[in-house]
Ligand binder design. Sequence first.
Ligand SMILES: [Zn+2]
Length: 250
Amino acid sequence: MAPGDPILLPAGNPGPYTGEGNNTWLIDGAQPTLVDAGTGQPGHLEAIAEALDGRPLARVLVTHDHSDHASGVAAIRECWPDVEVLAVAAARSPARTLIDGERVPAGSRMLQVVYTPGHAADHVCFWDPVRRELFSGDLLLASGSVVIPAGRGGDLAAYLASLERVAALGPVRAYPGHGPVIDDPAATIAAAIERRRQREADIARLLDEGLTADAIVDRLYPDLTGPLRQAAALTVEAHIVRIRQTGPSR
Ligand SMILES: [Zn+2]
């Protein structure tokens, strides 16, 4: 870790949706700022306190109001009553609603809010234009696909537009909400777009063959069960919504 790098503080909430659990990122400096709140696990709160070494936490930036990223806000407020919570939607009663393009102090940096809906309607990334680093929430994963939950704020067309938007910034590193740091965001974004295009072509073909959404999920994800199958089904539904709106991107 180089000086000034964000400090990874794992949220300690492993599970079927979260993999090994969420990442939260402490940006240290004049105004210690945490990107994403986790779920309020005692070990996570202790790790934050240890890293702060008696200083108050100035701010929490919430990438989106999913419980694994936002539900820990209440516990953080109990530990640091003066903390400022900023988010786009109603995420856990933010002090103020973030606006696309605005700048917020974080550590000793200034981060720019980049509205990136798709995985969630209120999803934002936080962009450091000096270090060219992106705090990317659930926009990107180093490996695997992001869930686009149709009917629950997921929007595939918006997701693809958000990926293009972030690619245009030219990030050199991305700090995601799950999994390892992304050291080649351009390649990761290109792969995510390509995977979605291929999936969309597959799904359009299976729709043409007369398969139902449920049968398409079984065909494309034969090994998934339980909550992971449910997540895949919602993403397939998001593809079907987009195909019906615009035609497949073949
Ligand atoms: Zn999420």
